[in-house]
Ligand binder design. Structure first.
Ligand SMILES: NC(=O)C1=CN([C@@H]2O[C@H](COP(=O)(O)OP(=O)(O)OC[C@H]3O[C@@H](n4cnc5c(N)ncnc54)[C@H](OP(=O)(O)O)[C@@H]3O)[C@@H](O)[C@H]2O)C=CC1
Ligand SMILES: O=CCCC(=O)O
Length: 293
């Protein structure tokens, strides 16, 4: 990946990922809708551009890490958007979690102007992003995937190439659908243990020694007991992923009652004002069902 790499979107993930690229010697030009969020990156050596179009003009490769389908589309298609400067030889890599329709729309627009497109959503959250331990789920233009591998090797511990555009988005939604349902089951278990007079900490210890031990229970369990929901993965994004995964289920006539019920609880958590907290704050919505105080 010779030359400057562009980075659009400096939220929790984008900031950690672009910081990582800088640390590993990449030259990075950043843009964020709220431009002041670029300041910290500049202190670490990044350049700033005023618009997504200006980033693409300057860089052969541009990575985007944006909140949702509407943000991903807006950064490409709006005035001063990335598309304005896409031309032959430019690579656009969208690492946001979106649905396959969104990814396909972006891909078609980029390729119609001679550019290359790769979707590359990631598994792993704030800490793995900081540590370069993400799992990258890429699909689209294979040549661009190969050219991006030096950056992916810095950002992640493993990259998958999944074929045609849409497959990366779908894989990511399947994974997050499972994760969101697990978080709900885990929350119910913690409450059931507590209401039955059992120690939450002992439940965590028992879970960690058995067949359903996993890093998420291990990491989130103690903070949930302490009601510490400092956001690593914002709950509003988890609910977006449940919604998009359920739509994928609709398209494929897959019945997903567990995911549908979990989505309802995430929606309730958003209505309780918990959307900007970590997704584990769904625990609070499970604790206090609708109508209770
Ligand atoms: N956090 C996590 O653990 C993980 C998140 N993801 C996915 O990565 C993506 C980013 O997540 P995360 O960093 O946590 O999210 P954040 O909410 O922290 O950041 C969202 C970013 O999107 C930008 N944005 C939002 N709306 C618009 C818009 N209309 N136009 C332009 N920019 C916009 C924000 O800009 P501004 O600063 O101006 O608001 C910000 O840069 C999401 O798709 C998420 O699902 C994937 C794996 C893990
Ligand atoms: O999309 C967010 C995923 C968070 C995680 O994999 O821990």
């Amino acid at each position: 990946m010779e030359g400057e790499v562009g980075f659009l979107g400096l939220g929790i993930m984008g900031k950690a990922m672009s910081m990582n690229l800088l640390r590993h010697g990449f030259k990075v030009t950043v843009w964020n809708r709220t431009l002041s969020r670029c300041d910290e990156l500049v202190e670490h050596g990044a350049s700033v551009a005023e618009t997504p179009a200006a980033v693409v003009k300057k860089c052969k490769y541009t990575i985007a890490m944006l909140s949702d389908p509407s943000a991903a589309l807006s950064v490409v298609f709006d005035k001063d958007g990335a598309l304005e400067q896409i031309c032959r030889g430019k690579g656009y890599i969208d690492m946001s979690t979106v649905d396959s329709d969104t990814s396909t729309k972006i891909s078609e627009a980029i390729t119609s102007k001679g550019g290359y497109f790769l979707e590359a959503p990631v598994s792993g959250s704030k800490k793995p992003a900081e540590d370069g331990q993400l799992v990258i789920l890429a699909a689209g233009e294979k040549t661009l995937y190969e050219e991006a591998l030096p950056a992916f090797d810095v950002l992640g511990k493993k990259s998958f190439f999944l074929g045609k555009v849409g497959n990366g988005a779908k894989m990511k939604l399947v994974v997050n659908m499972i994760m969101g349902s697990m978080m709900n089951a885990f929350s119910e278990g913690l409450i059931l243990a507590d209401k039955s007079g059992l120690s939450s900490q002992t439940l965590l210890d028992v879970l960690d020694l058995g067949g359903i031990a996993n890093p998420m229970f291990k990491m989130k369990g103690p903070t949930m007991i302490q009601k510490n929901y400092s956001p690593a993965f914002p709950l509003k994004h988890q609910q977006k992923d449940m919604r998009l995964a359920l739509a994928l289920g609709d398209e494929n006539s897959v019945s997903m009652p567990v995911a549908a019920a979990s989505n309802e609880v995430f929606k309730k958590a958003r209505s309780m004002g918990l959307g900007d907290l970590d997704f584990s704050a769904v625990f609070e919505a499970v604790k206090f069902p609708e109508g209770s105080s």
